[in-house]
Design a protein around this ligand. Structure first.
Ligand SMILES: [Zn+2]
Length: 570
C-alpha cells in the first residue's frame, strides 16, 4: 500500500470558495490516493492568516521528506497546482526539492501523471496558466484603477455610465470670477442599471455576455454608446462594456488606490504590504458611491476565481464551453448557456425568453429554446485543435487559408481594376466628344464646366487605379501568425486525455469562439494565438527539463525531456 502525504493551502482571499475549504481539498486528494493504489497517511496544511508570513506546513513536510527511514509518506497529493504556488518558478523549485529525495507530487484535479512526459508537460502547462492569469489580472486591474483615478473624470473627462458631471463655480472666489468651474460626479437616471449589473454578476453569477444580452432586450436601458458612437454604431451593450464597468472602482466612490499590495500577500502570506506612498493613486474628487465596497470586492473576487478555475463550482456540473458559444440561427448572435438535463450537458439559446414566443416561432426550426449537446460539440473542437493548432499539418493549412484569402482579395481587386480602366476609357471618349463640339464652334462657356467635371472624374479614377496596381502579395503579413503557430507544441493527445478543467483552460487560453447556425447547418470555430500564450507554452516546454536536471533522474526520463514539438506525440 502506497503512503501519501496530503498538502493543502488556504489563503485569506480563497475563503469564499467552498471547494477550496480544507475538507473539500482533503476529500478530493483521498480519492486521488485511492486511484493511485494507496491512502493518505498524514496531513500538512497552511492556513494563511494575518500574523505569519511563512508556510509551517510545507516546511514540516519537506523536513520529514528528507529522512527516508522515518518519514510517513512516499508521495504527496495536492488538490490542484495553484495550491502549491501560483508562481511557476517557486512551483518548479518545490517540485525539485521533493524530487531530490524521491518524493513525487500528484494533483487531485487537472494536471497529469507526473511520471510520464505528457503528464509532466500538462502540469507545467497548468502552472504556466496559473502564473499567466495572475499576472494578467493584476496588470489589468492596476491599469484600470490608475486610469480611473488619474484621468477618468477629474479634468472634465467623460463620466462613467450612471454618473453625470455636475459643474459648480470654483470655490476660490478669484478663480470663480475668472470663469473656472469645479466638476463633481452626480448619479444620473441610469445609476440603478449599474447596481443591477453588479448584482447580476456578483450575486446571481451571470456572465458578461448574458448581462449584455439581457440589457439589449427591447425597451432595455440605453447603452453607453453616446460616449463613443463611432465605435458602437448599433448602440448595443457589449460584453466588453459590462466587463469594464465591473472593473471600475469609481462606482464605490473611493478615493485612494493602489495603496496595498495583495498579490505579494497571496504568495508569501502575512498581511497585505503597504506600498510606497509614491505608488498610491489618489483621486481628488468625492462623489456618491453607486455600489457598496462589499459588492465591488465580491465582483473582483469572481473575476479572480473565474480566471483561475472554471471547473466544478460548489458541486455544480462543469461546462466546457460556457461563454464561448453563440447561436445565430436566423437572428443576431446570442450567448448559449450551459445546463444539465439528465445525463447530458446542453448549450441552450433562449431567444424565446428574451424576444417572445412569437418571434422565436417565426424562425424555422428554432422554437423557444434551441439546444446542442456539449458532447456533440467537443469532437469538432478537438478536431479543430488537432488540425489547425497542434497537428503536423497546421502550418500548411494556415498557409493555404491565407493564400485563399489573398486570392479572393486579389480577384476583388482585379475586377475593380478592369472596371476602373473601362470607366477611364469611357470618360476619355466623352471628353473627346466635348472637344469635338468645341472644334465645331460651340461656345466654350457652355461646355467648359462639363469638361472640367469629366476631367476631375477621370483623375479620381486614375488615383484609385494607381492605389490598386501594386497588388503583389504582402509577404510580411502571413509571417506573424505562422511564426506564432510554429511555437505551439503538439498537444493533441494531451488535450484529448486531459480532464474537463484543463480542456476548459486550453480553450480559454486560445480565446475559443464558436457560432452555431442551425438554419444553415453551420458551425464556425475560431481561436486566437496570443503572444502571451505562445510564450507560456514555450516556458512550459522548458520547465520539465529544468526540473529533471539533476542526478537522481533515470536516463529514460532525460531522453523525454525538452519536449521538442517535432518529437512530442506526433
Ligand atoms: Zn438562437
Amino acid at each position: 500500500m502506497k503512503r501519501f502525504g496530503f498538502y493543502g493551502r488556504l489563503s485569506t482571499d480563497d475563503k469564499q470558495d467552498q471547494t477550496l475549504a480544507r475538507p473539500s481539498q482533503l476529500e478530493a486528494c483521498q480519492r486521488k490516493a485511492q486511484e493511485l493504489g494507496g491512502e493518505i497517511t498524514c496531513e500538512f496544511f497552511d492556513q494563511e492568516s494575518g500574523a505569519k508570513d511563512d508556510r509551517p506546513g510545507w516546511t514540516a513536510l519537506t523536513q520529514e521528506a528528507r529522512d527516508k527511514s522515518t518519514r510517513r509518506f512516499d508521495g504527496v497529493v495536492i488538490y490542484q497546482t495553484s495550491r502549491l504556488s501560483r508562481d511557476r518558478v517557486s512551483a518548479g523549485l518545490f517540485h525539485r526539492e521533493l524530487r531530490k529525495v524521491g518524493v513525487q507530487i500528484h494533483y487531485a484535479i487537472g494536471a497529469g501523471d507526473p511520471s510520464t512526459a505528457e503528464g509532466g508537460l500538462m502540469i507545467a502547462l497548468q502552472q504556466a496558466f496559473d502564473e499567466y492569469e495572475r499576472a494578467k489580472l493584476s496588470r489589468e486591474t492596476k491599469r484600470g484603477m490608475r486610469q480611473t483615478a488619474l484621468q477618468g473624470f477629474r479634468c472634465g473627462g467623460r463620466p462613467p455610465y450612471g454618473y453625470r458631471l455636475e459643474r459648480s463655480p470654483h470655490p476660490v472666489a478669484a478663480r470663480a470670477k475668472a470663469g473656472e468651474f469645479k466638476t463633481r460626479l452626480e448619479p444620473d437616471g441610469n445609476a440603478v442599471v449599474v447596481a443591477e449589473i453588479f448584482h447580476l454578476w456578483a450575486d446571481k453569477g451571470w456572465g458578461c455576455q448574458a448581462i449584455a444580452d439581457h440589457l439589449n432586450r427591447p425597451g432595455g436601458p440605453p447603452s453607453p454608446s453616446h460616449v463613443d458612437p463611432k465605435r458602437n454604431v448599433k448602440g448595443n451593450w457589449a460584453k466588453s462594456t459590462i466587463r469594464a464597468m465591473l472593473r471600475n472602482p469609481t462606482y464605490t466612490g473611493r478615493l485612494v488606490w493602489n495603496r496595498l499590495d495583495f498579490a505579494t500577500q497571496r504568495e508569501a502570506g502575512g498581511t497585505a504590504r503597504l506600498r510606497a506612498r509614491d505608488e498610491w493613486v489618489i483621486s481628488e474628487v468625492e462623489h456618491l458611491p453607486l455600489i457598496s465596497d462589499d459588492l465591488f470586492t465580491a465582483a473582483q473576487e469572481r473575476f479572480r476565481q473565474r480566471s483561475r478555475r472554471v471547473g466544478a463550482r460548489n458541486g455544480q456540473a462543469s461546462y466546457l464551453f460556457t461563454g464561448m458559444v453563440r447561436c445565430c440561427s436566423g437572428h443576431q448572435p446570442l450567448a448559449m448557456y450551459g445546463r444539465k438535463r439528465k445525463e447530458h450537458v446542453y448549450l441552450t439559446c433562449d431567444y424565446g425568453r428574451t424576444y417572445g414566443k412569437v418571434a422565436a416561432d417565426e424562425i424555422g426550426g428554432h422554437g423557444q429554446w434551441l439546444s446542442i449537446r456539449e458532447d456533440a460539440l467537443l469532437p469538432l473542437v478537438e478536431k479543430f485543435f488537432a488540425d489547425r493548432i497542434f497537428g503536423p499539418m497546421r502550418l500548411e493549412k494556415l498557409a493555404r487559408q491565407l493564400r485563399a484569402h489573398q486570392k479572393t482579395t486579389q480577384q476583388q481587386s482585379s475586377t475593380r481594376q478592369r472596371q476602373l480602366r473601362d470607366d477611364i476609357a469611357d470618360l476619355d471618349r466623352r471628353i473627346g466628344l466635348q472637344i469635338q463640339a468645341l472644334e465645331q464652334g460651340i461656345e466654350p462657356e457652355l461646355i467648359g464646366q462639363r469638361i472640367a467635371d469629366l476631367r476631375k472624374a477621370k483623375e479620381e479614377g486614375e488615383i484609385e487605379l494607381r492605389a490598386l496596381t501594386p497588388a503583389a502579395p504582402d509577404s510580411n503579413a502571413d509571417e506573424d501568425p505562422a511564426a506564432l503557430l510554429a511555437r505551439i507544441p503538439n498537444l493533441t493527445q494531451a488535450l484529448q486525455d486531459s480532464p474537463p478543467e484543463i480542456k476548459r483552460q486550453v480553450f480559454d487560453a486560445f480565446g475559443l469562439q464558436i457560432t452555431y447556425d442551425k438554419t444553415n447547418r453551420r458551425i464556425e470555430i475560431s481561436a486566437t494565438i496570443s503572444e502571451a500564450v505562445a510564450e507560456a507554452l514555450d516556458n512550459a516546454k522548458s520547465l520539465p527539463q529544468e526540473a529533471l536536471d539533476h542526478s537522481l533522474v533515470a536516463p529514460r526520463d532525460i531522453a523525454g525531456a525538452g519536449f521538442e514539438p517535432a518529437t512530442f506525440g506526433l
